[in-house]
Ligand binder design. Structure first.
Ligand SMILES: [Mg+2]
Length: 462
């Protein structure tokens, strides 16, 4: 089977309409650069990366700039040297200057690699999570680029970590299928929502069994305190409350705010400052303990994750397959987190069941860093109907305990949108998406914050 073409779609969700997804620094239209790798055998691989509004045009263009690296490859060549393919994309002699391994180009790399992984999974007639669970430690490690990691993690150490888990892998997979893996919801506390809406959403979430809720925090400490008190009063002393500042504070301000907000017993503070400020995160972690620091969704690559872990700057490693270089780099970051005994968790949801879902599932059986304290994020109220089919998750809803994703029938094939329907029972917030074909841009004349003309699409269902 040979890869014959790469199609790219610019897809946007008008989330600004109701301030869904609003945080301290971001209000916009959640978007996806959706990549379809086509073959001469009829099969196709689907991948995506997440962006916001017009920024999506840039990642779409970057995929076009990179696609010649995969066109012409056979699947056998891909499988034989996944690490080599990652390197080809990340050291492109004319594009590397734009990174290296960060930003627009790296997100496009991730989307393209994710599509290739999806193609591999389809060829094996497995969902991606199962493909990754079934690979041997040697196969898994062979896909990872260890460049710049050897002071923290070597190939031999990675193999040792995975081999150590081999005897319990099947049991952990069975446990995950039976009981699901833990998740939390972040749908209840967007910064732009009124207190009344937050109250209603939290009450609904608790009634539906959610025990772990996340709220956005911003510059206004009094508002943060009022909102935290409101949510804590609803979830009770046993519920877990997480806070997310989305990079809005300087280091001293983060410490000041969290000292005040400690009264509401937050489990973690997420993105308290610039995602590039490793030492700043470390200082905050020291000062606000036992509240733990979490970050990762804007962490550009494995090297920054390495430093965050080496510096003891994070307690939760929130890797995002739509930010880093696809499945290959996610695996390296999970191995790093395991080496440093930190909790690795996967960010998912904003663009409708993103590939992280397919990565949270294999991580539970494979590495201890994704164990019981791991919480995969979910936007339980949204139904952004966009999901590459074979990223398929065995977990389609909350467990009876209310803190996990319940397993569902393992068909190995997930219908587009089915995760959303199972995990997002509230359809009142159903969103519609807009698209352009190829690299054609949306009009720049569109007023800021106004939703685009919409057209419902359900990609990956065919
Ligand atoms: Mg966040």
């Amino acid at each position: 089977m040979k890869i014959t073409g790469v199609r790219v779609r610019d897809i946007r969700f008008p989330t600004s309409r109701n301030l869904d997804g609003s945080d301290a620094l971001n209000v916009g239209d959640y978007s996806a650069t959706y990549v379809i790798v086509e073959t001469d055998g009829g099969a196709s691989g689907h991948g995506l990366t997440f962006t916001n509004g017009r920024g999506n045009e840039l990642t779409v263009a970057a995929v076009h700039a990179l696609r010649h690296h995969v066109i012409g490859l056979t699947l056998e060549e891909v499988k034989a040297d996944m690490r080599g393919l990652y390197r080809k994309l990340t050291v492109d002699p004319q594009l590397r200057w734009l990174g290296p391994e960060k930003g627009i180009l790296h997100m496009a790399t991730g989307a393209l690699l994710n599509a290739v992984w999806d193609l591999w999974a389809k060829a094996e007639r497995k969902p991606l999570w199962k493909l990754l669970v079934d690979l041997t430690p040697e196969q898994l490690v062979s896909t990872v680029d260890f460049s710049y990691l050897s002071d923290a993690l070597t190939v031999e150490q990675a193999l040792e970590l995975l081999r150590k888990q081999q005897p319990t892998r099947a049991a952990r997979e069975a446990e995950m299928r039976a009981q699901g893996y833990p998740a939390y919801t972040t749908s209840t506390g967007w910064l732009g929502y009124s207190d009344e809406k937050v109250r209603r959403l939290c009450e609904e979430a608790v009634a539906a069994g959610w025990t772990h809720l996340k709220m956005k925090v911003g510059q206004d400490l009094e508002m943060n305190r009022r909102r935290a008190g409101l949510i804590r009063s609803i979830i009770g002393p046993k519920g877990k409350l997480m806070m997310d500042a989305n990079q809005c504070w300087d280091v001293p301000e983060a410490i000041r705010q969290m000292h005040s907000l400690a009264e509401f017993d937050p489990w973690w503070i997420e993105e308290p400052t610039s995602p590039d400020d490793v030492l700043g995160h470390a200082a905050i972690a020291r000062e606000v303990a036992p509240i733990r620091v979490a970050t990762g969704e804007a962490c550009q690559n494995r090297v920054i994750f390495k430093q965050l872990l080496q510096a003891g700057a994070i307690g939760f490693c929130q890797v995002d397959s739509c930010r880093v270089g696809g499945v290959n780099e996610v695996l390296s970051i999970m191995l790093l987190a395991t080496r440093f005994a930190r909790v690795a968790q996967h960010r998912r949801g904003g663009r409708g069941g993103d590939p992280s879902g397919g990565l949270a599932d294999p991580s539970y059986p494979r590495v201890p860093s994704a164990g019981p304290n791991c919480r995969t994020s979910a936007f339980h109220r949204w139904s952004l109907r966009l999901r590459p089919r074979h990223w398929g998750s065995p977990c389609g809803g909350r467990s009876s305990a209310g803190n996990g994703c319940r397993p569902r029938r393992d068909t190995g094939h997930t219908k587009s949108g089915s995760y959303s329907r199972r995990l997002h029972p509230d359809r009142s917030c159903r969103l519609r998406v807009s698209k352009t074909r190829g690299t054609r841009s949306h009009s720049d004349a569109r007023p800021a914050g106004r939703p685009l003309g919409t057209q419902t699409v359900s990609l990956g269902a065919s």
